[in-house]
Design a binder for this molecule. Structure first.
Ligand code: ADP
Length: 312
């Protein structure tokens, strides 16, 4: 039995905001662009030199310069969030920023520089292997959707069929027809992600134009069943992210920026938006079967009574 009952009451928790500035590309160097961004990792601060006026300084939960690798960002920021998800909370990590600033690099990465998503897959399966017991079973399933203008498309379905979002703000939104693929390993989840990416790119003649207006959302559901009880996790982008922005989720936003002078305006816009996002308050609560909640209440009551007896 647990020593103390964990509260089910939601505590306000702000969205964690992280800024990552990529290095100047070879092309930018060759074209002679100056760097206008200076990151102060130890202060979580980003300074942008303004050639026409005062420098701008913003502070965040963390700020990473071009020397930071995704492993560090994962370990310092994302790992605790995924651990919470494995403990029954909702979690969301999303990348934000101008095209070409490192969202794909951060989230998907490459086989040599794994991004946050494949690292999350490995983390989930390491947890499953570490907690394996005859009393516990896990079910991991994945969905992948793309939002393009007002359409939601299923990236794991034939012909990327259009989907409808149902539900309402009060009780949450859901997508009834969304494909959900059960996976048995991290490698399988990567294969599902790649298949979705291929569908996302298929038939797009102007990928640049398309990707600047489209958002891809990869959803992972981890269900954990205990032998005696069942503990389960149960504009359109905002709807899908409803729980993640001001709802029942712990959320990290990674704002990506480029360092070059010609990015100045976009960089300031991204940093301002990321700064505002720091004020979004979530109320994460552990998702659990109502029976489990009752059990926790009884455990807390037993613990309270036991302490009363011990104090006599
Ligand atoms: P986005 O998805 O935001 O459009 P990308 O992730 O495709 O941008 O990044 C654009 C380019 O910059 C890619 O060639 C990528 O490899 C490179 N890049 C992005 N971030 C970094 C980084 N932190 N370190 C090294 N290269 C990076």
């Amino acid at each position: 039995m647990e020593k103390s009952a964990r509260p089910r009451t939601a505590l306000n928790e702000c969205v964690k905001v992280v800024v990552r500035c990529r290095p100047l590309s070879e092309k930018e160097k060759n074209e002679g662009y100056d760097e206008v961004v200076k990151v102060w990792p130890e202060r979580g601060a980003v300074q942008v030199y303004n050639p026409k006026g005062q420098d701008k300084l913003f502070t965040y939960d963390a700020a990473y310069d071009c020397t930071a690798d995704t492993q560090t960002i994962y370990d310092e920021m994302v790992r605790p969030l995924v651990a919470s998800v494995l403990d029954g909370f909702n979690g969301c990590v999303f990348a934000y920023g101008q095209t070409g600033t490192g969202k794909t690099h951060t989230m998907e990465g490459t086989p040599d520089h794994e991004g946050v998503i494949p690292r999350t897959f490995r983390h989930i399966w390491a947890h499953i292997e570490n907690t394996a017991s005859p009393d516990v079973t896990h079910l991991v399933s994945c969905s992948y959707v793309e939002l393009y203008l007002e359409d939601v498309r299923d990236l794991l379905a034939k012909d990327c069929k259009k989907l409808t979002i149902r539900g309402q703000e009060l009780n949450g939104f859901y997508i009834p027809e969304m494909t959900s693929i059960v996976c048995k390993s991290a490698a399988e989840m990567v294969r599902v992600m790649r298949a979705g990416n291929r569908n996302r790119a298929a038939g797009r003649t102007d990928m640049n134009e398309h990707s600047s207006r489209s958002h891809a959302v990869f959803l992972v559901t981890v269900e954990t069943a205990h032998r005696a009880t069942n503990r389960i996790r149960d504009s359109k982008l905002t709807r899908i992210l409803q729980d993640s922005l001001g709802g029942n989720s712990k959320t990290i936003m990674i704002a990506n920026i480029g360092p070059a002078s010609y990015n100045y305006d976009e960089t300031i816009t991204t940093l301002r938006y990321a700064h505002r996002a720091k004020a979004i308050k979530n109320k994460p609560i552990r998702n659990e079967d109502p029976k489990d909640a009752k059990l926790r209440e009884y455990q807390a009551e037993i613990e309270r009574l036991r302490m009363l007896i011990e104090q006599r």
